[in-house]
Ligand binder design. Structure first.
Ligand code: ADP
Length: 190
């Protein structure tokens, strides 16, 4: 099964993607993790992405589309994969639709993790104080920018996938197990 975990920054997509990935053996394809790895390795992509990411803005569509298109071809994606943090714009979603069609794959479901803004801000503040290796983009200023980028560029994907009949929502205000249980329910019914 191929699915997208969707939601604002701090919604818990990465945590839930790990919980789904492990028992099912589907890789988690996180563009955020891949870009951070590119930054750490100081590759050409990493050098270009770093400043944009630190500001909480989006790296160019063609960069992430290229990364995902290559990654989906890896043999470990054959049984299924979980997209985390991609797509984030309408052109990325259109590119993904095209790429799955060309590769003869299907996108089965898009799961939206719904969390209110004030909780997102609390979570990121907590993550920023607790983590030893604070992510450069985990501060309140950048988070606010990431939230407005989400609202402007990423939230329009909700009606896009609603129209395709692929969108399902879960309550992301519950605890980690509670959110995981709702996602498990959805996956069991596909
Ligand atoms: P979040 O905590 O918002 O889920 P991510 O780890 O997914 O953060 O992404 C961190 C940063 O990486 C984003 O703010 C953005 O700069 C960049 N990024 C990740 N995925 C994408 C994407 N699909 N398109 C453009 N930029 C991306």
């Amino acid at each position: 099964m191929n699915l997208i975990l969707f939601g604002p920054p701090g919604a818990g997509k990465g945590t839930q993607a790990d919980l789904i990935a492990e028992p099912r053996g589907w890789p988690k394809l996180s563009t955020g993790d891949m870009l951070r790895a590119a930054v750490a390795a100081q590759t050409e992509i990493g050098k270009k992405a770093q400043k944009v990411m630190d500001r909480g803005e989006l790296v160019p569509d063609e960069v992430v589309v290229g990364i995902i298109s290559d990654r989906i071809d890896d043999p470990d994606c054959k049984a299924g994969f979980i997209l985390d943090g991609f797509p984030r714009t309408i052109p990325q979603a259109e590119a993904l639709d095209q790429m799955v069609a060309v590769k003869d794959l299907t996108l089965d479901v898009v799961i939206e993790i719904q969390v209110e803004d004030h909780v997102l801000i609390e979570r990121i503040e907590k993550r920023a104080t607790e983590s030893d290796q604070v992510r450069a983009d985990d501060n309140v200023e950048t988070l606010k920018n990431r939230l407005s980028v989400y609202r402007e560029q990423t939230a329009p994907l909700l009606p896009y996938y609603e129209k395709q009949g692929k969108l399902k929502a879960v309550d992301g205000m519950r605890d980690i197990e509670g959110v995981a249980a709702q996602i498990g329910d959805i996956l069991n019914h596909i």
